[in-house]
Design a protein around this ligand. Structure first.
Ligand code: GLU
Length: 445
């Protein structure tokens, strides 16, 4: 294959899908050499078959708001690839959601899930529904209306959705309730459920903890075994960011920033455990904005800004795609940042990635570093199918082992001649090879 040709073709057939093009470009550029060393892949046109989703469902969702107005939103499920297991991936509810974003996420998910060592294919879905400012009753009615359409396309051995931005335990609960009623079975199907009806311990923490476990694997190769003395900038303030911060504190690091789509806070004294508890409540109980942290603790708040110009030694982008650009990356490197590990999906732009790799800092792409979330989702599926619940310690240990295994795969496929580990290349090749081999074995379908 010639990367440019494949990309031109995809861009022509699927115009205006910029995020999808971006995610595909990154993977194709890093697997080109390995792919071309396997002429049998090209014979089966594996590259197009792996880039284009198996199928996409799109539907209108109709629901009634608290004032009695009838509202419509778009809903989607992208079933990208099921060569190694049932389609698996989250649902995103955010005003920005469109097909390009969901196609990039489903594509990334396929490689990420392949890396986890568990048998999961890749998918993603969601809606352009904006949960901000909606009442609990509106959220419930929307989730139910969404599931009235989606339920027929999913199942415990077919496609297993979960949470993502705008979809947490509350939303999964409402969707699972409606799914159960329509499908007339109670076998799990969604992951990220509450513990009382089949959820897994450690699932809420898994993406954030997993990112830190991955980071510690990277740091260990440099002889660093804890986070004492490290100054850590985190973006986001949702599930991923807050549990990331919790683990950083546990390992002795200092967390100086958090953010949301309106701006970021910078706390020079550090966001300690007590302040973090406040953030949990602010976000999960009051569903407030991060600015309220600055009001309460009297620290700096930057409206509309991103935290990357603040001096730190470790940066953990945990908000959303393309939240860290080339200039941000240059500022981080200039300020002495030595490691970037991504809790979000594709938070760094291609220009930012180039800066990290050129400066040879430790850089872990989301599909490796944030795979802990979907990994524990995979463990939730296992617990559901054997109808047992594992202890916190058991799940946490399995998560640690999985993150170590992902790290090892990246080192195996990403180590360059001078010893520098290109984790982007490593993750892409390792993720791709497993899916490719499975597809080859299963014939042209
Ligand atoms: N949305 C998460 C991700 O990007 C989790 C998906 C899942 O648990 O299935 O990996």
């Amino acid at each position: 294959m010639k990367v440019e040709q494949v990309l031109d073709n995809l861009k022509r057939r699927f115009p205006n899908e910029v995020e999808y093009h971006q995610a595909v470009t990154e993977v194709l550029e890093s697997i080109e050499e390995v792919y071309n060393a396997h002429p049998e892949f090209e014979k089966q046109n594996l590259i197009e078959r792996i880039c284009i989703p198996d199928r996409i469902f799109s539907f209108r969702i109709t629901w009634v708001d608290d004032k009695g107005n009838v509202q419509t939103n778009m809903g989607y499920r992208v079933q990208h690839n099921n060569a190694i297991g049932p389609y698996k991936g989250g649902l995103r509810f955010h005003a920005s959601v469109n097909l390009s974003i969901l196609k990039f996420l489903a594509f990334e998910q396929t490689f990420k899930n392949s890396l986890t060592t568990l048998p999961m294919g890749g998918g993603k879905g969601g809606s352009d529904f904006n949960p901000k400012g909606k009442s609990n009753a509106e959220i419930m009615r929307f989730c139910q209306a969404f599931m009235i359409e989606l339920w027929r396309h999913i199942g415990p051995e077919t496609d297993v959705p979960a949470g993502d931005i705008g979809v947490g335990g509350r939303e999964v609960g409402y969707m699972y309730g409606m799914y159960k009623k329509l499908a007339r079975e109670n076998t799990g199907t969604l992951t990220g459920k509450s513990i009382e009806f089949g959820g897994s311990l450690i699932r809420p923490e898994a993406t954030g903890y997993g990112n830190i476990y991955f980071l510690m694997n990277m740091l260990k190769r440099k002889g660093i075994t804890d986070l004492k003395g490290q100054v850590v900038a985190i973006s986001g303030s949702g599930n991923v960011a807050t549990y990331t911060a919790e683990k950083v504190l546990e390992l002795g690091g200092k967390v100086i920033t958090l953010s949301d789509s309106n701006g970021y806070i910078y706390d020079a004294d550090g966001i300690d455990a007590e302040k973090l508890k406040y953030v949990f409540e602010l976000k999960n109980v009051y569903r407030g904005r991060i600015k309220e942290y600055a009001d309460k603790y009297g620290c700096k708040y930057v409206e509309g800004g991103r935290p990357w110009a603040e001096k730190c030694t470790i940066a953990l982008p945990s908000a959303t795609q393309n939240e860290l650009n080339g200039d941000d990356a240059a500022a981080l490197v200039k300020n002495g940042c030595m490691a970037v590990s991504e809790g979000a999906n594709m938070p760094s732009t291609p220009e930012a990635i180039e800066v990290f790799l050129k400066n040879k800092i430790l850089y872990a792409p989301g599909k490796a570093a944030n795979a802990g979330g979907v990994s524990v989702s995979g463990l939730e599926m296992t617990q559901n199918s054997i109808k047992l619940s594992w202890s916190k310690e058991e799940v946490d240990q399995k998560l640690k082992d999985i993150m170590a295994a992902i790290h090892e795969s990246c080192v195996k496929y990403g180590t360059e001649a001078d010893g520098y580990v290109n984790y982007v290349k490593g993750a892409n090749i390792a993720g791709f090879m497993k899916v490719a081999k499975a597809m080859m074995a299963q014939g042209v379908i």
